[in-house]
Design a protein around this ligand. Structure first.
Ligand SMILES: Cc1ncc(COP(=O)(O)O)c(C=O)c1O
Length: 503
C-alpha cells in the first residue's frame, strides 16, 4: 500500500475514525496506539510524515485529548514518533519496512522445520539427532514409566502442603547448599544402607533429575572433542547430553557380564568419561559381574577417566538381593554416582542426585548454583520427610510387588509366543523385559503395527550407536495397569506369531 504523504492527514484521521468505530474491548488510547503503530510498521505512514495535532485528532475522532496524548506519548517513548519543538509530531526515521522485508525474505512464511534446524549450532543439530520423537503420551510397554496409578497421591500432597506452608523466609532467596540438608542426610542414610554407597551428606548434590546430573558432569569434566565411552546397547538420554557437550560418543559392547571395557581398551585412546548402568544394564537388563566391575575401575584409574554410575532403577529386584553400587566397591574410586527419583516416585518430580568424590564437591556445587540455580526447597523438604518417615521404603516395597505382578501378567500373555520361540530377557530386576527378535524386518513390522493400538513399542535396534543394531523390543511393564499389560501382551503374542507365519 502506498505511504501516506504530506497533506494527506485528513485521510489519516478518517481511517483512524473508522478504526475506532469498530467494536473493541481495549481502551481507546490503546486502540489508537495500535492503529498508528501498525501503519508505521506497514509503511503506510512514511518516515517524516507529520501527524495532525493532538487537539485536532481529539476533536475529529470524538475522544478526549488525554486519550490521544497517551497513545502518542507511548509511540514517542518507543521511538516510532518524534516530537519536534514548535513543528509538531512526526513519524520517526525508523526504516521499519526495510528490516521487516529483509526478515521476511530470510524466512519465507512457508519455511518448515528444515529452515529451523539450519539455524541451529552444530552442537544443537547433534543433540536433535537424539530427539527424533517427543513421547508425550505413553501407551502400554513404554519403557521407564513407573506405576503412576499407585503413587500415594494424597499423602504426598499433604506433605507438600505442610512444607510449603512452613517454608522459612530464607528459602525465598537464591540457594547454594547443594540441596536441602535434611534430604541430603536422608538420602545418605538410604544409599549407605541399601546401595552400600560410601558417602556423607556433604558429597550429595541434589539436581533436577539424572539428566541434569549428566549435563553438569559433561560440562565440568570434559572439553569439546573428549571421548566418552557408553554401553552398546545403551541409554540415549545420557548420550544426548554428552554429544551436545561436544564429546565424541564411543560405543563399548555389552554382553552377559555387562560393559566389556577390555575389548576396546587396547585399541582406543583414553576416554574422559565412562557411562555405565552396572546394577541393571539399560536396556539389556544384565548385571555387571564383579570381574568386569574391577576391570572397569582399573581402566578408569589407568586412563584418568571418570565413571558415571547411573543407578536408575536398582530398587526393583525380584528374588535376588540388590547388588551393591560400584561406587562403594573400593575406597577413593573415580566414580560419580547418579541417582534419580523418576523411576521410584514419578518423572515429573524432576529430582535426582549426584554423590561426588570429595575433590569435586566444591566445583560442582558452585557450578550448579551458577548454571542451573537451586530451588524447590519445600518439595525437597517434603521428600526428606517422605524418606525419613519410612514412606519411601514402603512405596518401594509396594512397587516391587506391583511390578513383579505386572511382569508375571505380561509373561503369561506372551507364553504362547515364547512356546513357539520368542526369547525374553530374565527380568530379575527393573521395569521392562527385552524380547529378542531374529530380524530387523520383524522389528519394523511389529513397531509399525503397534501404532494406533495404544501400545508404545520401542525397537531395541535404536539403542545401538552402530547401525544396524540387534533387533528386539523393549517392553516396559510398570506404567500400565494389569489389564492393559495383559491386553498388550496378547496382542504382541498374536502379532509375533503372525509375523512368523508370514515369513
Ligand atoms: C538409564 C537411565 N538413566 C537415567 C534415567 C532418568 O533420568 P531422569 O532422572 O532425568 O528422569 C533414565 C530414565 O529414563 C534411564 O532410563
Amino acid at each position: 500500500m502506498e505511504p501516506v504523504r504530506d497533506g494527506e492527514a485528513d485521510w489519516t484521521l478518517e481511517a483512524l475514525g473508522l478504526e475506532l468505530a469498530e467494536p473493541g474491548s481495549a481502551p481507546l488510547a490503546q486502540r489508537l496506539y495500535r492503529a498508528l503503530r501498525g501503519w508505521i510498521q506497514a509503511g503506510r505512514l512514511a518516515s517524516g510524515q507529520r501527524l495532525p495535532s493532538s487537539r485536532r485528532m481529539a476533536r475529529e475522532l470524538g475522544v478526549g485529548r488525554n486519550t490521544v496524548l497517551a497513545a502518542v506519548d507511548q509511540l514517542i517513548a518507543e521511538g516510532f514518533l518524534e516530537s519536534r519543538r514548535g513543528a509538531g509530531i512526526f513519524v520517526a526515521d525508523v526504516a521499519f519496512e526495510g528490516v521487516a522485508s529483509q526478515c521476511r525474505e530470510a524466512r519465507p512464511s512457508s519455511a518448515g522445520s528444515d529452515v529451523g534446524e539450519a539455524a541451529l549450532s552444530a552442537r544443537g543439530r547433534r543433540l536433535l539427532a537424539y530427539c527424533a520423537t517427543l513421547d508425550e503420551r505413553h501407551g502400554a510397554f513404554a519403557p521407564g514409566v513407573p506405576a503412576l496409578d499407585r503413587f500415594p497421591h494424597e499423602l504426598w500432597q499433604r506433605l507438600l502442603r505442610r512444607h510449603q506452608h512452613a517454608m522459612p523466609t530464607a528459602w525465598l532467596d537464591y540457594q547454594a547448599q547443594g540441596g536441602v540438608p535434611a534430604l541430603r542426610e536422608a538420602l545418605c542414610d538410604y544409599l549407605q544402607l541399601s546401595r552400600s554407597v560410601r558417602c556423607h551428606p556433604g558429597q550429595v548434590l541434589i539436581v533436577q533429575g539424572a539428566q541434569q546430573g549428566f549435563e553438569l558432569i559433561a560440562r565440568l569434566l570434559g572439553d569439546v572433542g573428549d571421548r566418552v565411552w557408553v554401553e552398546e546397547p545403551g541409554y540415549s538420554g545420557a548420550q544426548a547430553c554428552f554429544s551436545a557437550a561436544g564429546f565424541a560418543v564411543e560405543a563399548v559392547p555389552v554382553d552377559a557380564e555387562g560393559m566389556d571395557v577390555a575389548s576396546v581398551a587396547a585399541t582406543r585412546p583414553a576416554p574422559r568419561l565412562i557411562h555405565v548402568t552396572p546394577s541393571h544394564q539399560y536396556p539389556s537388563g544384565v548385571t555387571m559381574s564383579l570381574a568386569r566391575r574391577l576391570a572397569l575401575l582399573e581402566a578408569a584409574e589407568r586412563h584418568g577417566a571418570w565413571i558415571v554410575e547411573d543407578d536408575y532403577d536398582s530398587e526393583f529386584r525380584y528374588g535376588q538381593r540388590p547388588i551393591a553400587a560400584l561406587q562403594g566397591l573400593v575406597d577413593g574410586a573415580r566414580v560419580i554416582y547418579v541417582g534419580t527419583f523418576s523411576k521410584v516416585l514419578y518423572p515429573g518430580l524432576r529430582l535426582g542426585y549426584l554423590v561426588l568424590p570429595e575433590s569435586l564437591v566444591g566445583p560442582f556445587r558452585r557450578a550448579n548454583a551458577r548454571l542451573h540455580r537451586e530451588g524447590q526447597y519445600p518439595v525437597q523438604a517434603a521428600l526428606a520427610e517422605f524418606i525419613a518417615r519410612g514412606h519411601f521404603s514402603r512405596h518401594v516395597r509396594r512397587m516391587r510387588d506391583c511390578y513383579r505382578g505386572r511382569q508375571a501378567r505380561l509373561r503369561a500373555a506372551l507364553a504362547p509366543a515364547v512356546a513357539r520361540g520368542l526369547r525374553l530377557s530374565e527380568g530379575q530386576a527393573g521395569m521392562h523385559l527385552v524380547a529378542w527378535l531374529d530380524s530387523l524386518e520383524t522389528e519394523r513390522v511389529l513397531v509399525e503395527r503397534a501404532v494406533g493400538q495404544g501400545i508404545t513399542l520401542s525397537p531395541l535396534s535404536r539403542y545401538y550407536l552402530r547401525r544396524p543394531g540387534r533387533p528386539g523390543l523393549v517392553l516396559g511393564y510398570a506404567g500400565a495397569d494389569e489389564e492393559a499389560i495383559e491386553r498388550a501382551g496378547r496382542w504382541l503374542a498374536r502379532e509375533w506369531e503372525r509375523s512368523v507365519r508370514e515369513r
